[in-house]
Design a protein around this ligand. Structure first.
Ligand SMILES: [Zn+2]
Length: 159
């Protein structure tokens, strides 16, 4: 992985390069520490496979995380929400199946009121698809995986 020169402070929210996320490789199980990137998508440092790109974002880090050439699927969820627990594993599977073509960004609405307001997450789960930070699709409520995959397909083709 490219390691920029200069000081690193461990990747706090205020870090201009953005926070570190720990991504597990589906090929070799290696854990990779990855920062947001505007260009390209992360690959495993050990085996080179594209990594499932699923990160948690906050009001402070979201704009950096959403800045990518890939389509972004934002999951607005909360720990107490049953349908959100149904959708969570589906999103992990989609991130793995579409590694290199999709980024999933999870936002806890209880802890991040400004994102919750921005994406009008009155009812959760709310899933928002972004291209270049613009909303291109929106799904409110839990959806089984086949339907969600079909809904996502046209956005992935443009990747
Ligand atoms: Zn690997």
């Amino acid at each position: 992985m490219d390691r920029p020169l200069g000081t690193e402070d461990g990747g706090t929210a205020s870090d201009p390069k953005g926070p570190m996320s720990l991504l597990s490789c589906t090929g070799c199980a290696a854990k990779n520490r990855i920062r947001p990137s505007e260009r390209g998508s992360p690959h495993c440092g050990a085996c080179g496979k594209p990594l499932p790109w699923l990160v948690n974002a906050t009001d402070a880090t979201f704009d950096l995380e959403a800045k990518t050439k890939l389509p972004v699927l934002v999951d607005l969820w909360a720990p107490w929400c049953g349908p959100c627990r149904f959708v969570g594993p589906i999103l992990e599977q989609l991130a793995a199946e579409h590694a290199g073509r999709l980024k999933v960004v999870k936002v806890n609405v209880d802890e991040n009121p400004s994102l919750s307001a921005r994406y009008q997450a009155h009812s959760i789960p709310t899933l928002v698809v972004l291209r270049d930070s613009q909303v291109v699709d929106r799904v409110v409520g839990a959806m089984p995986k086949p339907q969600l995959s079909a809904r996502l397909a046209p956005h992935l083709k443009r990747a």
